[in-house]
Design a protein around this ligand. Sequence first.
Ligand code: CTP
Ligand code: CA
Length: 226
Amino acid sequence: QSAEPVGTKLIGKHVVLTAGPTREALDPVRFISNHSSGKMGYALAEAAAAAGAKVTLISGPVHLACPAGVSRVGVSSAQQMYDAVMSAVQKQCDIFIATAAVADYRPESVADQKIKKNNDEMIVRLTRNPDIVAAVAALPEKPFTVGFAAETNDVLNYAKGKLARKNLDMIVANDVSDLSIGFNSDSNRVSVLWKDGQHDFGKRPKTQLAQDLIDFIADIDGRHLG
Ligand code: CTP
Ligand code: CA
């Protein structure tokens, strides 16, 4: 068998992605975070590069190697991810794909020194983080913007709400109530929604799903936005 054919669909395009969790510091040794593995975002970055795109992957802390041909920017907090994304999309960006599980809130203040357990209870006040994908979709020269929605219930309705509220071109809806797919698993089953359509991708390995999604995004982007 010969080597994989090198794709051409995204030649000349710059694809920017976010992936993985963010970490929100409480003090120098502690943070709030989540279980995102980054697998879906890394697989999409690899598939976009294989399709000929220039790829920038803004990644929270994960245990994954940077795919070949992808340029990775490592970040920790949501604010750092926001800053890295805004600087990456500033020049030319054709497609932005937000797969990161961005922490919705961060501790309102970060202690300079390690917090001591002086009390029987501790209250941490949290404050909202910026919405990265919504900020990209609000840019005057907006790239084709794709979000992910991981939901446990009412999946399609919540996803449709996010598509509209964040002004996205497309959203990938993911039912994470089924533990054999989603967050930490190697397979996934998703539905893709956009303004005037829906397409269901049955359960398949994340690497295969990533190639199929990149193909699909490239086709729709080409059709709708020239
Ligand atoms: N997202 C983002 N920045 C944030 C929060 C979310 O870019 N601060 C992106 C995610 O990467 C994903 C999409 O928005 O592509 C949806 O994320 P999700 O957590 O499902 O949506 P939220 O708007 O945060 O709503 P909620 O968590 O309340 O369901
Ligand atoms: Ca969220």
